[in-house]
Ligand binder design. Structure first.
Ligand code: FO1
Length: 311
């Protein structure tokens, strides 16, 4: 049996770790957003793949949210001393990952193959797959003009007012063959990631939504909203700027008929009355392993209950 999880970076990686811990080894497949990927300092940077990778390998920095624990920054300091670009921080250990990924990509391996090799090396039994083998960079449309994703997110600290997004070259993107080959998928879990910049790019890959629907498996999301706010990042700000209510009904509408169920936080318990999908309510803030396991288990249980009704 297989569980497929769709994930962005930090928030998604927490649930992916919870799922990995409670499922038998190898039964979890995480499809990671690559809309944030970019070429920087000559290296292929894949932030969301890496957030999931570091979390599942137990190497992540839980305070900062991205990158490796125990990181050092000597290369960045030296680069700054040479007048180089330092707005995007690449730690010394993190650089090793980017060097190896970039080397393998340049030698002709696909992004799926490279990611699988890195997971093997780190002893991760979970399969992490990019949403696409080819780049689908997210372009952020703002009141002040279009921005490359990391310019919006890191350089400009998500300050510009967002008016929309383009998933550039999505029409050319292809789902990884390893994803299409999956059999016996029992549940699809949409992690508590940003619906606009983490999950929408995955769903923009041609065939992805139809494939998810064709599995005959319940699709259950864990809401990234707690009390009408995002735990971290610009999710709530984007809802407002795009003229949408910051509610779970707004979230379900954003997923346009994909969801069968939603796990939401106690603080938003009232939202269940406005929802047409099956729901389960718990504390969704994941600060400890116990939190991650509880939320992961509830999402899988909700999927199982929905499946029983489908049959
Ligand atoms: N986020 C930051 O806010 N500042 C950084 O300098 C930064 C560097 C960075 C390097 C590697 C990596 O994998 C992620 C990094 N992130 C950084 C996080 C990241 O760019 C964003 O959180 C995601 O793209 C959004 O999911």
């Amino acid at each position: 049996m297989t569980v497929v999880a769709l994930s962005g970076g930090v928030g998604g990686a927490k649930l992916a770790l919870g799922l990995q811990d409670i499922l038998p080894p190898g039964e979890l497949v995480v499809v990671a957003n690559t809309g944030d990927d970019f070429e920087h300092l000559g290296l292929h940077i894949a932030p969301d793949i890496d957030s999931v990778f570091y979390a599942l390998a137990g190497l992540n920095d839980t305070e900062r949210g991205w990158g490796r624990a125990g990181e050092t920054w000597q290369c960045m300091q030296a680069l700054g001393g040479l007048g180089g670009e330092t707005w995007f921080n690449l730690g010394d250990q993190d650089l090793a990952l980017h060097l190896e990924r970039t080397r393998r990509l340049r030698s002709g391996e696909s992004l799926s193959e490279v990611t699988a090799a890195l997971c093997d090396a780190a002893g991760i039994a979970t399969h992490i797959l990019p949403m696409s083998e080819t780049p689908v960079p997210t372009i952020v449309h703002t009141a002040g003009g279009d921005l490359a994703f990391q310019h919006y997110f890191v350089r400009d600290r998500c300050e510009p007012v967002v008016t929309g997004f383009t998933h550039k070259d999505a029409e050319r993107a292809q789902m990884p063959a390893a994803l299409l080959a999956l059999q016996d998928v029992e549940a699809v879990i949409v992690c508590p990631s940003n619906p606009f910049i983490s999950i929408a790019p995955i769903l923009a890959v041609p065939g992805m939504s139809d494939w998810l629907k064709s599995l005959g498996a319940p699709v259950v999301a864990v809401s990234p909203l707690i009390g009408g706010q995002a735990v971290k990042g610009p999710t709530a700000k984007m809802f407002g700027e795009l003229g949408m209510d910051v509610t779970n009904a707004g979230l379900v509408a954003q997923y346009a008929g994909l969801l069968d169920g939603l796990v939401l936080d106690h603080a938003d318990g009232e939202d269940v009355h406005d929802l047409t999908v099956a729901t389960a309510v718990t504390g969704t803030l994941m600060q400890s392993a116990e939190d991650r396991h509880r939320v992961a288990e509830l999402a899988l249980n909700l999927a199982e209950a929905i499946k029983e009704h489908m049959e």
